[in-house]
Design a protein around this ligand. Sequence first.
Ligand code: PGA
Length: 243
Amino acid sequence: MPRKLAAGNWKMNGMKQDLETIQSLSETYGAATVDVMVCLPATLIAACRDSAIGIGAQDCHALEGGAHTGDLSAEMLADAGATAIITGHSERRADHGETDADICAKSKAAYRAGTMAIICIGETLAQREDGTTLQLIDIQLAGSVPDAASAANTVIAYEPVWAIGTGKVPTLAQIEEVHAHIRMRLTERFSDGAEFTLLYGGSVKAGNAAEIFGVPNVDGALVGGASLKAADFGPIIAALQAT
Ligand code: PGA
């Protein structure tokens, strides 16, 4: 069975004063029966390194070090305390022009540093509407997921771009179709494809988490806005535990 994971993605949010949220989540969910993680802005990672919940980063450079002003290597993030790194989030694909090849290289960097890669894929509204979602998923899986991926070092997050931060959520049937497709492709390509944790992401909140977690091949969620406060993220973690 894939491991269940509730992962928060704080994006470009979070100041020192917000560390109490990590403290509170650690106290309440540090011994949860599912994996709990928050992917923090890099500035907060070191301060949380001894948390009872997992601490992740949101991006890394593909190289180990060198003349790349402003960038952070996977090794530096691991050194600060990150045990996972999000790669290929659609905001980075859009804001920084990251390609599948870039994301593959960054995911390999995550493995090199001993961290897990949370590789994000998902269609735009135009792709959803013109019926090319599954083709796009195939292209992103083939291009972004390294051959060295395994259930131990990789989590795949399906995040429809049009559902991120919008309050719009695909139907459960749409989520089921894409997750079943991802599972099929992973099983074709990797001997442990059935064991990969598959997350759904995009406007997950306390009110819809339970029904989303009931969808086959959904092993958890990548949560943006609703992970910023323990009072919002807590019920999502609880819903996953209850699944
Ligand atoms: P959201 O973001 O939960 O705020 O929609 C999800 C994500 O981008 O990971």
